[in-house]
Each structure stands twice: as C-alpha cells, then as structure tokens.
Design a protein around this ligand. Structure first.
Ligand SMILES: [Cu+2]
Length: 219
C-alpha cells in the first residue's frame, strides 16, 4: 500500500516537472518558426465585359523579415498587363469582393470606384516592387497568349509596413481584412462612358476582372 502511494507521489512530481519544460520548449519553437500563411481564391468579375471566367489563387507567406507572394491567374484577357493589388479599409472595416449589387449606376459594369463601398481603397500593388507602394507602374505581370500568368515576389516586411503606415496609419497590413483585385481589359474594349476610373488612368486599365477574399490558413 505504502509503495503504491510513493509511486503516485513520484509520478505526480515527474509530471509537474516535465510539463513546464515542455511548454517553454513549444514557446521557443513557435517564436523561431513564426510563419503565417494567407490565401485567396480568385473568381471572375465583369465576365460580361471580358467574356472570360478569370480565376486563380494568391498565396501570402509571412516568414521572418519577408513576405513571399505568389499569384497564379488563368483565363485573363491575354497579352496585356494586369494591375493587381490588395484593397481594404484603413480603419477597422473588413473588405469583401464587389458583386453586381455594387453597380450603383446600373451601366452593367462594376468599375473600380463602385467597388469602394464594400472593398475599400487600393492599398498595396503586386508589381515589381510592392514595398514602394507605387500604384501606377508598368511593372505588373503580363498574361500570356492563353491568358495565364504566374507572379512571384519577395517583399521586405519592414519596408512594406513602414510605407503602409505612412499611407494608411498604423492599423497594420491585416491581410485577412483585405481582398485582392486583378484588373485590366484590352484598350479597344468598348466600355460605357459611365465607367469610372482612378485619376487620369484609363478605365480599361483599372477595370476589375477578378477578385478574391484573403483568408488566414493553417500551414
Ligand atoms: Cu486594385
């Protein structure tokens, strides 16, 4: 009887000793290996204009000092450059992709200005140098003859976060509150005069052709 009691006391002691060690090991591991992954399934928008079902996937991997972004798109208008950005609200708002409900002037086209009520504003470009946060550039990807492209970039997080804070305040990137838009139809596409754009940029450049909500995923 006595030896059983001793055994229980000993095993409780061993358990309580090993436990704190285990949890502190786990903490160290997650600090060293702090990877966050986000993805967006991208679906077509304004397919009545493009006559295409543009689709694809974006993946964002935050690993240490860098964020690796890969975007794969199919069935986009071929042979032209496609602007792409994440859009969102600088405050607490959570962006969603625009739908036909956002065609406020009912011209049959959801233009980039009409997306703002549910998607917020243009934030970070996925061109050659995202951290420069320079929206009008000619360094966005160009779709091949089949309308496909693969885009990949490694962004230094420090540079991106400070440029982002300067433009939108210090709410942080908050990827899971953002959506990604793919833009661009050929310059000879007939668009109603009511289709709005940003500043002096021609409407065919900013016309949204696909969108996806960015969500956090497990590894
Ligand atoms: Cu955009």
């Amino acid at each position: 009887m006595r030896s059983i009691y001793l055994l229980i006391v000993l095993s409780l002691f061993a358990f309580s000793c090993s436990n704190p060690n285990k949890s502190s090991n786990q903490e160290t591991e997650s600090q060293e290996n702090n990877i966050e992954i986000y993805e967006a399934q991208i679906q077509s928008l304004n397919s009545n204009v493009t006559n295409l079902q543009t689709s694809g996937k974006a993946r964002f991997v935050i690993d240490g000092d860098n964020m690796l972004v890969t975007i794969d798109i199919n069935n986009a208008p071929p042979g032209i450059e496609h602007w792409q950005h994440f859009h969102g609200f600088p405050n607490e708002g959570i962006a969603t992709c625009a739908t036909v409900a956002e065609d406020a002037n009912e011209d049959g086209v959801i233009d980039v200005v009409e997306t703002e009520t549910v998607s917020g504003t243009t934030m970070v470009p996925f061109n050659k140098f995202p951290a420069e946060m320079d929206i009008p550039t000619d360094t966005y990807p160009v779709a091949d003859d089949n309308g496909s492209y693969h885009y990949e970039v490694e962004i230094p997080l420090d540079a991106l976060e400070s440029a982002f804070a300067e433009a939108f305040g210090d709410s942080g990137l908050k990827l899971d509150s953002r959506v990604i838009y793919i833009h661009g139809v050929p310059s000879d596409t007939k668009l109603p005069k009511t289709v709005a754009s940003l500043g002096d940029i021609p409407a065919h450049v900013t016309l949204p052709i696909a969108c996806g909500k960015i969500e956090k995923v497990e590894e």
